[in-house]
Design a protein around this ligand. Sequence first.
Ligand SMILES: C[S@@+](CC[C@H](N)C(=O)[O-])C[C@H]1O[C@@H](n2cnc3c(N)ncnc32)[C@H](O)[C@@H]1O
Length: 224
Amino acid sequence: MTEDPDVVTRRIARASLDRADATGWFEDLYAAAAEGTAVVPWDRGTANPLLQEWVTESAPDGTDKTALIVGAGTGWDAELIADRGYDTTAFDISPTAIETARRNHPDTKAHYRVADLLAPPPEWHRAFDLVVEIYTVQALPINLQPEAVDRIRDFVAPGGTLLVIAAARPVDQPDEAVEGPPWPLTRATIDSFATSGLRQIQIARVPNPTGPSLHRWRAEYLRT
Ligand SMILES: C[S@@+](CC[C@H](N)C(=O)[O-])C[C@H]1O[C@@H](n2cnc3c(N)ncnc32)[C@H](O)[C@@H]1O
């Protein structure tokens, strides 16, 4: 394949967004990748470095605890969390992503399932001791982000932790100037996770090693 994977991804995304389908392109992309005609640009083959850093710093013990991985893709982050002892559920809207995750991790202890963040199973309400959200909200158009944030917040059990890793939007960039996907999160959006009983206990805006002008949010919240 000679074409830039980002260009192919944008073309697949645009076709879906142009027919007012905000999420259909994920399955199209993962299916094309499974056939060898596209590359999933965010699929690193390892857990996210900022998640690895958080795990090293916090050394969480998942014994007798549950975790939920939002928009889990092909499962690398879920495996890291499952290895810490959490009873881990990992979901994605794309059936092919979930199939690929199961194929990538045949001995997994995590439960992989297809689900839509915007219409999640009711039993996930305040059910998880740890919720990990990496790059899913930013993959949704700006008008859908508040609902996505509400849903993610609602998964966190009393006493539970939410970790969010996301691209950070430059402070001077208005909504209409963002040509997504992705639609990086503003400070206001990252702060909006801290309502309805969730408290922000850590926030960092970290330079991205691959492009020092780009930044990432790493934020942690606690439901007290
Ligand atoms: C940019 S990717 C990030 C994947 C993974 N979290 C990572 O960091 O490598 C966004 C993921 O969210 C999934 N996704 C998008 N909208 C979703 C929704 N409404 N419900 C569940 N998953 C969704 C996509 O299929 C995709 O795997």
